[in-house]
Design a protein around this ligand. Structure first.
Ligand code: 9MG
Length: 282
């Protein structure tokens, strides 16, 4: 994966209940519409996405967990269709070891786990899948994570947790005689964090970057923007673009976004500014 410049990861939720795009790719009987998902993915790639993140479980605050059978039915046919038809890395947003294993057989090229491989069997499945892995920090679980998130120092606790998970993953891979996969780290904006925690993690993103792994930042349309600006999810584009640019400026290499065309434009402008700085020896 070339992450020498920031890349866009388009969000493709095939869920009925995600906070912004829930139900967008569901038929009237609730089943996933593969043609709708494929069309949306093709547009995101044309708009500049290098990754498409397919998710079958809503992890918005308060969301109930989804059963394995249902998650498989939502995600696997879409991963198969996208990997055959779309020129992007197909990322699979899952914590389930069974889905990690099966989706990679169908062409999935990245595992994005908001639970950082904490589910039983997930480390084994992810290491054996031999694709890059994104490990995200979350305090608590989606159903209750926003009740009273507490840290003595959010940035150092997030760094500590991510390093711990990397160490466990590396140990497992080494003992199994398998190459350690490429690892991507994510502070997990909005996952068991107050607005102030999120802002600190954005301000001090370079401390997480200093751990030595590429960073993924997911801020798109999140409720922090809603609270800070008083905006509903559909009115959070300007806020999302602002935070995407700040994340990329502070070191993020993958920006997870619902609005790919707009985010790609914003990041291109940032890159043009950075290129000017380099050319002028700044
Ligand atoms: C699935 N998902 C929702 N928000 C996310 C975020 O911020 N990061 C990652 N890696 N995945 C996310």
């Amino acid at each position: 994966m070339d992450l020498s410049t920031p890349k866009i990861m388009g969000v493709l939720n095939v869920t009925p209940d995600s906070f912004y795009d829930g139900g967008k790719h569901c038929k009237s009987d609730g089943a996933v519409s593969i043609s709708s998902a494929l069309l949306a993915a093709e547009k995101m790639v044309a708009d500049g996405a290098a990754f498409i993140d397919v998710g079958g479980e809503s992890t918005r605050p308060g969301a109930a967990p989804v059963g394995l059978e249902q998650e498989c039915a939502r995600v696997l046919p879409v991963v198969e269709a996208l990997s055959k038809n779309v020129d992007a890395v197909i990322s699979v947003d899952t914590s389930s070891p069974e889905i990690m294993t099966e989706s990679v057989k169908l062409g999935g090229g990245l595992i994005n786990d908001v639970r950082a491989l904490e589910k039983k069997g997930a480390i084994e499945a992810a290491v054996n899948a031999k694709v890059p892995l994104c490990l995200m920090h979350m305090q608590g679980k989606p159903s209750t994570m926003q009740h009273n998130p507490t840290y003595s120092n959010a940035v150092s606790e997030v760094c500590e947790y991510l390093l711990l998970r990397v160490g466990i993953l590396q140990d497992f891979a080494q003992k199994a005689g398998i190459d350690v996969p490429q690892i991507i780290l994510d502070p997990g904006y909005g996952f068991g964090k107050t607005d102030e925690h999120n802002l600190q993690l954005l301000r001090d993103l370079s401390q997480i970057e200093n751990l030595g792994y590429p960073i993924l930042a997911g801020l798109s349309r999140k409720s922090m923007i809603g609270r800070l600006l008083g905006r509903k999810p559909e009115d959070r584009l300007a806020g999302s673009l602002t935070l995407a640019v700040i994340a990329a400026q502070n070191g993020a290499r993958i920006i997870r976004a619902h609005d790919v065309a707009e985010t790609a434009d914003a990041i291109r402008l940032l890159q043009a500014i950075k290129k000017g700085e380099r050319d002028n020896g700044a």
